[in-house]
Design a protein around this ligand. Structure first.
Ligand code: ATP
Ligand code: MG
Length: 249
């Protein structure tokens, strides 16, 4: 584990009108670490990770990625940082009218200098990586939910990001698909050294991928540690989140 964090939020505050969503977030992710963010619905998890890619700007505080201060960047410099970050949206956000191949090529055409054969090699490499090379000509509607997530993952990876952000990567999947998507996330860290931040409420996914877990509550990180440490924290919000499995009869 590296000592210099690749992602660092310092005292980040964010409000929407009267709603104070983030009230002072201090959060760090070391290079190559797989960090999981948990918390109730509406607690600000998606808002938090949108600050990492500069989709939202904080009202106060600082956001640092790879040694650059993201919250004060714009234009080309912000674009450069964004291209080093893959973002797996909760919905997958594939283009329905395009085939799997075209969905992936779209990004390479815009953001790389690759030739057509180079693009084809790269796309097939990542489709093979997620185990779906035979689906290259299919449209998203012709795929299962788990396959769509894996294709969205391949697309987020095609530009070779250093950092991956996952917003609920396994929601709506059956346990077999949860396992396969989670194991891909682990392989990304192990084989490519990708740093990741994943929002999930899926315990199986968290068990498979988390190096550390951070629990967001009332606009701040209530507790951090291993999944077991966070689960074992004696706080009503955590008890409610993790259910009544270990509560008294
Ligand atoms: N662009 C926006 N404008 C106004 N309010 C917003 C905006 N984005 C988020 N919010 C509000 O901020 C709060 C936190 O939203 P966020 O999407 O981060 O929740 P979440 O923790 O990701 O929840 P979930 O688990 O349901 O996805 C919500 O009350 C939401 O309505
Ligand atoms: Mg969310």
């Amino acid at each position: 584990m590296s000592t210099e964090p690749i992602i660092r939020l310092k005292g980040v505050e964010k409000s929407f009108g009267p709603l104070n969503v983030l009230k002072g977030i201090d959060y760090e992710v070391g290079e190559g670490v797989s960090s999981v963010i948990m918390g109730g619905s509406g607690s600000g998890k998606s808002v938090l990770i949108k600050h990492v890619v500069g989709l939202l700007k904080p009202d106060a505080g600082e956001v640092w990625v790879s040694g650059k201060r993201v919250d004060t960047l714009d234009g080309d410099e912000l674009d450069m940082i964004r291209l080093s970050i893959g973002y797996l949206f909760q919905s997958g956000a594939l283009f329905d009218s395009m085939s799997v191949f075209e969905n992936m090529e779209f990004f390479l055409e815009r953001h790389s200098e690759m030739t057509r054969p180079e693009r084809e090699d790269r796309i097939m490499e990542y489709l093979t990586w997620v185990g779906l090379p035979e689906k290259r000509h299919h449209r998203p509607a012709e795929l299962s939910g788990g396959q769509r997530k894996r294709i969205a993952l391949a697309r987020a990876l095609v530009l070779g990001p250093d950092i991956m952000l996952y917003d609920e990567p396994t929601t709506g999947l059956d346990p077999v698909s949860v396992r396969s998507v989670s194991e891909l996330i682990v392989r990304l860290r192990e084989e490519l050294g990708v740093t990741s931040v994943a929002i999930t409420h899926d315990l199986l996914c968290a068990e498979i991928i988390a190096d550390d877990v951070h629990f967001l509550y009332e606009g701040a990180i209530l507790t951090s540690g291993s999944l077991e440490q966070v689960r074992g924290t004696d706080h009503p919000a955590l008890k409610e989140f993790f259910g009544s499995t270990d509560s008294d009869p």
